[in-house]
Design a protein around this ligand. Structure first.
Ligand SMILES: [Zn+2]
Length: 160
């Protein structure tokens, strides 16, 4: 009977006590279980932690540049979002100025109110779509940045 021992899985990055070193009981991968004290395990674990932590921008500068990169990749969507926000601002302002005392003269401009409300709905739908496109692009930018950092890290580790 095999003795239970501490194992690290190179496939799923988990450390646990296992009675077998044949296959990972967590992710099912075979031949990926090694002693958690081995340098390969420590390096793999360190890399996973760095990947988790580095996926989100760490500084306001990184936030800024990841957003700038996103806008440069999708300039039309970025301009649409800015334009859409300005339009919604105008429509909201129109509605806000409409809600004064409701006298007869003001009834005439209730058509404008309808247009503004309709405009807000249309522009909001556009904003959600463009925002979604930008969000997906931003996630891609973060992954690209992460890969670049990982490559730089691998480079410095090789040099050391
Ligand atoms: Zn596993």
């Amino acid at each position: 009977m095999a003795l239970s021992q501490n194992v690290y899985c190179l496939s799923c990055g988990q450390t646990y006590i296992s009675s077998t070193t044949e296959a990972c009981s967590l992710c099912g991968a075979g031949g990926t279980l090694i002693d958690p004290e081995r340098p390969e395990a420590l390096r793999d674990l360190q890399l996973r932690r760095q990947q988790d932590a580095s996926r989100l921008p760490q500084t306001s500068g990184e936030w800024f540049w990841s957003i700038v990169d996103t806008c440069l990749i999708r300039p039309f969507s970025a301009l649409s979002v800015i334009g859409g926000l300005v339009l919604i601002g105008i429509f909201v302002w129109l509605l806000a100025t409409e809600t004064g005392p409701a006298d007869e003269e003001r009834r005439n401009v209730s058509g404008l109110e309808a247009v503004a409300t309709f405009g807000i709905l249309i522009v909001s739908a556009g904003l959600i779509f463009r925002g979604f496109v930008l969000w997906l692009t931003w996630k891609q930018v973060l992954v690209v940045n992460e890969r670049r950092r990982a490559a730089e890290q691998a480079g410095t580790q090789r040099d050391a």
